[in-house]
Design a protein around this ligand. Structure first.
Ligand code: GDP
Length: 709
């Protein structure tokens, strides 16, 4: 079947927001108005359609990404009843659901990779909150053009000017209002469209009828003021429009074109206003998605590596190119099995086709392809360039895998994921749980690259690791709900790291030469510190075959194993460069195993010479509290070794921003609740690793030694 929706009429977008800003409600309304979702589900009724998993509904946060497809024609256009005409005018919008909680920024990053544009939702009372800021800069990193929605203008305390100002101060100078609220808080009635210069109301039961009216004289002046700001900012950013603006000869279409170009150039951020809950403003936001966000054709052709030549190559986003796609999400659906969500970058994926998983080198036959709509799954035959869908029932794919035409392979840039900063022991409650636990955890690990499973080498305990306490709590919750596995959990443990602070040099010898065939491995290693976050580097500086080439990988292997075991207190060593610069070998006795052991011995010795220290994970924390608790809360934070960086007002509340060691933040949610009579909220996110103060380090080193005995 040929493609129905041309590429220029495709939008792949994400809706991103701070938790509680209204992302779920906004998505829900979008799906309703686009006609796919027939019943509006409210978050508090637990019936939203993008949130799949039961505990997401209960917690009201979206943890996992799912992609949903819907269709839209601009509301200012005349609607046609002719089916073919209607389809011709329609745009296809794929919404990749991004997670709303800050513990899951890895998931946000992953979804940003496959988006072409984003809608950022703000709470009209709170303005810019911590996560919006984090995600904003991530979106900058991936060059995602975006539009904004100031939501909740019906709430008490709503203030679009405050919100706009906080966007301008904290995020970008390029934010420009395209709609203006008529009334605010309980008086919020509709919006003024500053391009059309019309009042717009949303009538009918669920605001589904968009009604345009002339601007009332009482609002005229205010509307003109904001329109002038819009036109001026636009002229500053678009030369072609500047000429038209100064000669006073431009049309509505000229304005839209200029906004589109400036938005795609990353120097203009259109802002819409409304209230998702009260069904106001969403349709104009949808018009904005279609009018101003890019189609796959508007963006540079994606680049990857040809695995055969190691050269950088590109694929144009057209159906005729060789097939290539990136897997961005694995989801296990209890009814359909494994869904591997992918974004097709080039070519066409058809059922029955064999594709190459370029990341693993395995071939794969694609049996079924599906597209998700708000309340149903549609089995399809083909996915075209620029589109998003899911392969059904294949268990071998992982997040981040590239798929391509076996004859024309390409690997897209790998997504880098952080290592866990926290570990927790899990123990099955009963014997039946024991049997199921391993498989269930593995299924969760396959979905989420920041979630890890390991065994404590000393005690044999099963440990799960992740990016924060809440991250792990949610996994444990899912084990119970989705897999029927009950576990007891241990106290969370901080994932400390070890590192070196100066150069160290040492020799490692593994020589056994008494009778029969002996062992001979001998190396000299140098270790030195690397910049924080750089991990591990191994350099082979052996010249003239002092150690034959075939033994070098064994030395590296020994070094790597020793690095994972640590030297000070059994934690992995990071941010270290290891150089193999000397050694010797024996014609008969040298072996892989001897060089591996020698490498490990030398590494341990060299690290001991290099003044090793412990590093601890530091979290970026934002606490929002009513004014009267400020003293108590900052006092408590200080006792947790917090570095308080900023305290400011947000509406009626105080916001505290701080960097705090993760070790001091276990159970903080409960503490904050009791300090603030339940009115404080906090979020945290991993920031970086920093040296652990000596006194504390001694404790940990002491403890680990006692435990190990
Ligand atoms: P998310 O965490 O960003 O997905 O936010 P939700 O959509 O779950 O909304 C969080 C809370 O805010 C819910 O209780 C919603 O009912 C409420 N909410 C969402 N949009 C609005 C709005 O426009 N006005 C008001 N007053 N409340 C809203």
């Amino acid at each position: 079947m040929p493609r129905i929706y041309p590429l220029e009429k495709t939008r792949n977008i994400g809706i991103i927001a701070h938790i509680d800003a209204g992302k779920t409600t906004t998505t829900e309304r979008i799906l309703y108005y686009t006609g796919i979702s027939y019943k509006i589900g409210e978050v508090h009724e637990g019936t939203t359609v993008t949130d799949w998993m039961p505990q997401e509904r209960e917690r009201g946060i979206t943890i996992t990404s799912a992609a949903v497809t819907c269709f839209w024609t601009q509301s200012y256009l005349k609607k046609t009843e002719d089916k073919e005409e209607k389809i011709k005018g329609e745009y296809k919008i794929n919404i990749v659901d991004t997670p709303g909680h800050v513990d899951f920024t890895a998931e946000v990053e992953r979804s940003l990779r496959v988006l072409d544009g984003a809608v950022v939702v703000f709470d009209g009372v709170q303005g810019v909150e911590a996560q919006s800021e984090t995600v904003w800069y991530q979106a900058d990193k991936y060059k995602v053009p975006r539009i904004c929605f100031i939501n909740k203008l019906d709430r008490i305390g709503a203030d679009f000017e405050f919100c706009l100002k906080s966007i301008e101060e904290r995020l970008t100078k390029d934010a420009v209002l395209l709609t203006l609220p008529i009334g605010q808080e309980e008086h919020f009635r509709g919006v003024i469209d500053l391009i059309l210069m019309k009042e717009v109301y949303f009538e009918g039961d669920k605001g589904e009828k968009v009604v345009y009216k002339d601007i009332d004289s009482s609002l005229q002046k205010e509307a003109e003021k904001w329109r002038e700001i819009l036109l001026e900012k636009l002229a500053e950013r678009n030369e072609e429009f500047m000429e038209k603006y100064f000669s006073h000869s431009f049309t509505v279409e000229d304005i839209r074109q200029a906004i589109r170009r400036a938005t795609l150039n990353y120097n203009f951020i259109p802002i819409f206003v409304g209230s998702a809950l009260n069904n106001k403003g969403i349709q104009l936001l949808l018009d904005g998605v279609v009018d101003f966000l890019p189609s796959p054709l508007d963006l540079p052709a994606p680049k990857g590596i040809d695995p055969l030549t190691n050269q950088t190559i590109e694929r144009k986003p057209i159906d005729e190119e060789p097939f290539s796609a990136l897997v961005f999400k694995i989801q296990v659906d209890p009814y359909v099995g494994t869904l591997s969500y992918l974004r097709v970058y080039s070519g066409t994926l058809k059922t029955g086709m064999t594709v190459l998983n370029t990341t693993t080198g395995e071939n794969l036959r694609v049996g079924r392809i599906a597209r998700m709509h708000a309340n149903n799954r549609e089995e399809i035959e083909e996915l075209f360039a620029g589109d998003i869908g899911a392969i059904v029932g294949v268990k071998t794919l992982k997040t981040g895998d590239t798929l391509s035409d076996p004859k024309k392979p390409i690997v897209y840039e790998k997504i880098e994921f952080a290592e866990p900063v926290i570990w927790m022991k899990v123990e099955p409650k009963t014997k039946t749980d024991q049997e199921k636990m391993g498989l269930a955890i593995k299924a969760l690990v396959d979905e989420d690259p920041t979630f890890k499973l390991t065994q404590d080498p000393d005690t044999g305990d099963t440990l799960i690791g992740g990016m924060g306490e809440l991250h792990l709590e949610i996994k444990v919750d899912r084990l119970k709900r989705e897999f029927n596995v009950e576990v007891n959990v241990g106290k969370p443990q901080v994932a400390y790291l070890e590192t070196v602070t100066k150069e160290g040099v040492a020799e490692g010898k593994y020589i056994r030469q008494s009778g029969g065939r002996g062992q001979y491995g001998h190396v000299w290693l140098k270790v030195e510190p690397l910049e924080r976050g750089k991990g591990f580097e191994f350099i082979n500086a052996i010249k003239g075959g002092i150690i034959p080439d075939n033994f070098i990988p064994s030395v590296e292997k020994g070094v790597k194993e020793a690095i994972e075991k640590g030297v000070l207190a059994g934690y992995p060593i990071r941010d270290i460069r290891v150089t193999l610069f000397d050694g010797s070998y024996h014609e008969v006795d040298s072996s892989d195993i001897a060089f591996k052991i020698a490498g490990a011995i030398a590494l341990q010795e060299a690290v001991k010479q290099a003044n090793p220290i412990l590093l601890e994970p530091i979290m970026k924390v934002e606490v929002v509290i009513p004014q009267e608790f400020l003293g108590d809360v900052t006092g408590d934070l200080s006792s947790r070794r917090a570095k308080i960086e900023e305290i400011f007002d947000r509406g009626m509340t105080k916001v505290i921003r701080a960097k705090v060691p993760l070790a001091e933040m276990f159970g903080y949610v409960t503490v904050l609740r009791s300090l603030t009579q339940g009115r404080g909220t906090s979020i945290m996110e991993f920031y970086n690793y920093e040296p652990l103060p000596l006194v504390l380090a001694e404790n940990i080193i002491g403890n680990r030694r006692v435990n190990a005995k």
